[in-house]
Design a protein around this ligand. Structure first.
Ligand SMILES: [Zn+2]
Length: 259
């Protein structure tokens, strides 16, 4: 069994996280929207082996060019489901890669479109790099997809090890919890997470990573099959919803309008 990756979230921009993952002296960085936080974080004993991208929004790739100037030997892993921007290693569904450079450190790739057509998630070393597919207590907006894509993304997550640490692209947790409480005001796991997350943010700390198993206890988008969530969505929509995909459609539209 491979070792767990040692992960650190670097705050970037308004509310992004750049994830740095290490195995020994080897370092990879996920979704560097800026270069400077990564440059500030790395020291001489850590070599940047790779830049790993979930999707091609500017706030996830903005630092790549500068990092490549600084660390020209690092590889760039990017999705094959959109235009190739960096001309290095192009990957897609089912691929397994070794960006750390170690044989026992593989990341498995799933294609999870919806937020964007090209969106990938990465699983390995005890970690899920979920990009803008999954946040704590929420999920990404569907800019280039629909509820069927979201349902497929949820199905992928349901099939993963629930002990995985969720390394998401944004610190949206408290806002997401406000919405989740509209859906499930009496969910004890949600209320407990609200208290804990509020304390972390008050201390200036990230709320991430969470675990995938915990997300299934309070994230409404992972709970479309739970009676309380379906009933809340039906009440909001004013109609019966026969499938999880229909529940997800209502939840996503409800959240998009939620202030
Ligand atoms: Zn995005």
């Amino acid at each position: 069994m491979q070792d767990r990756l040692d992960i650190t979230p670097l705050p970037s921009g308004k509310d992004n996280y750049i994830w740095v993952a290490r195995a020994g002296p080897h370092t990879i960085v996920v979704d560097p929207g800026e270069a400077q936080p990564v440059i500030d974080h790395l020291d001489d004993s850590h070599k940047l082996r790779a830049i790993v991208l979930t999707h091609k929004h500017d706030d996830h790739i903005g630092g790549v060019a500068e990092l490549m100037d600084r660390f020209p030997r690092a590889n760039i892993y990017e999705s094959k489901y959109s235009e190739t921007l960096f001309d290095d290693i192009v990957i897609g569904e089912g691929d397994e890669v070794r960006p750390i450079g170690l044989d026992d450190q593989t990341l498995k790739i799933h294609h999870a479109p919806g937020h964007t057509r090209d969106h990938l998630i990465y699983v390995g070393g005890g970690v899920l790099f979920s990009g803008d597919l999954l946040f704590s207590c929420g999920c990404g907006r569907l800019f280039e997809g629909d509820e069927t894509d979201l349902a497929n993304g949820v199905r992928i997550l349901e099939g993963l090890d629930h002990n995985l640490e969720v390394c998401a692209g944004h610190e949206y947790t408290l806002d997401n919890i406000r919405f989740a409480k509209e859906v499930e005001p009496n969910n004890p796991a949600l209320l407990a997470w609200e208290r804990k997350a509020a304390k972390l943010r008050a201390e200036g700390k990230p709320t991430l990573p969470t675990t995938l198993g915990d997300e299934f206890t309070y994230n409404p988008f992972l709970r479309a099959g739970v009676d309380a969530v379906r009933q809340a969505a039906e009440k909001h929509a004013g109609e019966p919803l026969g499938t999880k995909t229909q529940v997800l459609r209502v939840l996503r539209a409800w959240k998009d309008d939620f202030k």
